[in-house]
Design a protein. Structure first.
Length: 655
């Protein structure tokens, strides 16, 4: 099935070229005519390509950008497995594995718990990750990058408008990489298809997508103690990382999900500048998603405690959620945009059977139910307006019926200061239940069975933040967050095994980030630094105090301006701290306070070039690993990546 989807994604653009529908663009252009005004009968006319600004990308929030074919440092930062800037993350040793979080963002808006296996969700595409398009001619985007040991990454995307009112897109992202260490293979696939349409009179608009994702990772539990000593010693005979012994070689986990999303609305009253200054529309949003997370192992391991079955087993968690929203949006030239909405969420999370755990003292057996199931009804509203020089936005929602209480209130005000930049102040107050796998979890391992839903309080988060966006000075942000009843995973003091906990004391988190890109002639310096501080409850949230990244680069056009070259060095560094450890059964990170890691530099050398619409990336990753010592780890027991040369490209076809 995966190969079929990949073939469709690659060959569909070739099929479509025979039936390309072109339509006028806003910028016009002399399309399809020669100097005499006639078209040759024996060859296709040499059409002028529309400007790249006409190839529009529309987000779920209706923010519109366009296809960017430039070569910049921001493209360098986003050329990775996630295709996002991973400044705040630390990747594991193999492409497609998880990431340790170095910088936290606690601004939340949802009033429902998050799903299980959050360490597997970095590459899981949510509703907000799917974009919609409007293009004058068919567009293809191909991403390729080499992986580690017998593997590669490919992300192939195609979109076209069959008419000015209907667009569809299809894409597949596939990764397979064996990795350097034993039992560390990754095999992931993300299939996406979407369409958008509006009627000729512009009254009815619809957007929809269907997504199918399967993210599989082999798990090895990290290096054994003797292997850790061999790794840190720098002994040449262990440069072949497959010689290092891991905790086990018979486990894997998989996160699999499908989603159907529909967002449509009807303009009851359309805004017309010559007649009225207001509009009214009614809308409906439908989102249905089915997920399962499964951990499979050939034999139980003592490091996770006692087990029901000592032989092969499989732990599977299912999560189904269906969301329906009805909204009414009123827009007025003076009053702004006001939205009223009501929604109902049906959730079904859990397992196939009820579990009874016998008490060691001979008392009543503990009952672990198999389901968290029900319906949540919520109401809310949104407001957006520009009052004078201020951009005002507000969002509020509260759960009014169901087993999960929750609310969210967010307000922001932005002001554009002349010759400086835009300043935005945001306040966010959120209350929601802890994630599902904190409330209920079942496993073959005795210690990994709990039912905390009756006893856990809502996690309450309050954040105040300020942001400055200034090309002339600096991009900066400051946020202060207080979290009550913070839920986290950690080692139990009783048996040193992982379990779920909730803090009885508030957690205070302060974050300050500054970023600046400085140019001098053909040279540039892009620098980012983040400061974090945690106070209040001790040893429940560990972060590096300082994280920084700097890039010194050179940019020039060569070969008679036919090729744009960008080359330079990246360095990333964070201070030593009690880095979170990884648990493969939960696919979650947990707090540990026994081992400080960090304080190792990560140096990369890169050469990037652009030829027409093709960008080619060549990077020597972590080239300092051989002479700065083997003290680099992504998590306790999991070494960071060794020196490796990676190659890849991004190729845009404008048909």
């Amino acid at each position: 099935m995966r190969n079929l989807l990949l073939l469709l994604t690659i060959f569909l653009p070739l099929i479509a070229t025979a039936q390309i529908t072109k339509f006028p663009t806003q910028t016009g252009g002399n399309r399809g005519s020669n100097q005499t005004g006639k078209t040759s009968n024996n060859k296709i006319a040499d059409f002028d390509r529309p400007p790249v600004e006409d190839y529009k990308i529309i987000s779920i929030k209706n923010d519109t950008t366009y296809v960017d074919t430039t070569l910049s440092m921001y493209k360098e930062y986003r050329f990775n497995y996630l295709r996002k800037d991973t400044y705040e993350l630390l990747p594991f040793g193999n492409t497609g594995q998880t990431y340790n979080t170095l910088v936290y963002d606690f601004e939340k808006t949802a009033t429902m718990p998050q799903s299980m296996a959050q360490a597997r969700h970095f590459n899981y595409m949510e509703v907000g990750d799917i974009s919609y398009y409007h293009v004058p001619t068919p567009l293809t985007d191909l991403y390729f990058r080499s992986a580690y040991e017998q593997g590669q990454q490919l992300d192939a995307f195609f979109t076209m408008n069959t008419s000015p009112r209907f667009n569809f897109s299809i894409a597949y992202k596939g990764v397979r990489s064996l990795g350097k260490y034993q039992n560390a293979l990754t095999s992931t696939g993300n299939f996406r298809s979407a369409f958008s349409y509006h009627t000729k009179n512009n009254r009815y608009h619809v957007r929809a997508h269907w997504v199918a994702q399967d993210l599989l990772n082999q798990e090895n539990g990290g290096l054994q103690d003797v292997a850790l000593e061999q790794f840190t010693s720098g002994d040449d005979q262990f440069d072949d990382r497959s010689r290092l012994l891991v905790q086990f070689q018979d486990a894997e986990n998989i996160l699999d999900g499908t989603r159907v999303y529909l967002n449509h609305y009807y303009n009851i009253i359309q805004k017309n500048d010559s007649i009225s200054d207001y509009s009214l529309r009614v809308g409906h949003i439908f989102n249905s998603e089915n997920k399962f997370y499964e951990y499979r192992q050939g034999a139980a391991q003592d490091i996770f405690g006692e087990a029901f079955e000592s032989g092969s087993f499989s732990d599977r968690t299912d999560h189904e959620e269906t969301y329906n929203e009805v909204n009414l949006v009123y827009s007025d030239k003076n009053l702004g945009q006001l939205t009223f909405q009501s929604n109902i969420t049906n959730y079904d999370y859990g397992y196939n059977s009820v579990l009874l755990l016998e008490s060691e003292e001979g008392g009543e057996a503990q009952r672990i139910p198999n389901k968290l199931i029900g319906d949540i009804v919520a109401v809310g509203g949104r407001y957006k307006n520009k009052i004078g020089d201020f951009n005002i936005q507000g969002d509020a929602q509260v759960n009014i019926a169901g087993d999960f209480d929750g609310y969210n209130v967010t307000g922001s005000a932005g002001y554009d200061i002349p010759k400086i930049g835009e300043v935005t102040a945001t306040i966010n107050s959120n209350s929601r239940a802890a994630n599902y796998n904190h409330l209920l979890f079942q496993s073959n391992y005795l210690n990994y069975n709990w039912h905390n839903a009756p006893g856990y309080n809502n996690v309450k988060t309050n954040t105040l933040s300020f942001d400055l966006k200034s090309d002339r000075w600096v991009n900066a942000s400051v946020s202060a967050t207080t979290i009550d009843d913070y839920a986290y995973f950690a080692l139990s003091t009783a048996d040193t095994l992982v379990s779920s906990f909730q803090s009885s004391s508030p957690v205070n988190h302060l974050k300050v980030t500054a970023q600046r890109d400085i140019r001098y002639g053909k040279f540039g310096l892009n620098a980012t630094v983040t400061f974090q501080q945690v106070t209040g409850a001790e040893n429940v949230l560990n972060v590096p105090e300082i994280l920084t990244r700097g890039s010194l680069y050179f940019t020039d056009r060569i070969f008679k301006n036919a090729l744009l070259l960008q080359t330079g060095f990246n360095v990333k560094y964070f201070t030593e701290y009690n880095m979170n450890a990884y648990d493969p059964i939960l696919a979650e990170f947990y707090v540990q306070n026994d081992q400080e890691l960090g304080s190792f530099p990560l140096l990369d050398f890169f050469i990037n070039v652009k030829v027409r619409q093709t960008r080619i990336f060549l990077k020597a990753e972590h080239f300092n690993s051989s002479f700065t010592g083997n003290d680099f780890f992504s998590a306790p027991g999991y070494p960071y990546r060794d020196f490796n040369v990676r190659f890849g490209l991004v190729w845009n076809f404008f048909l």
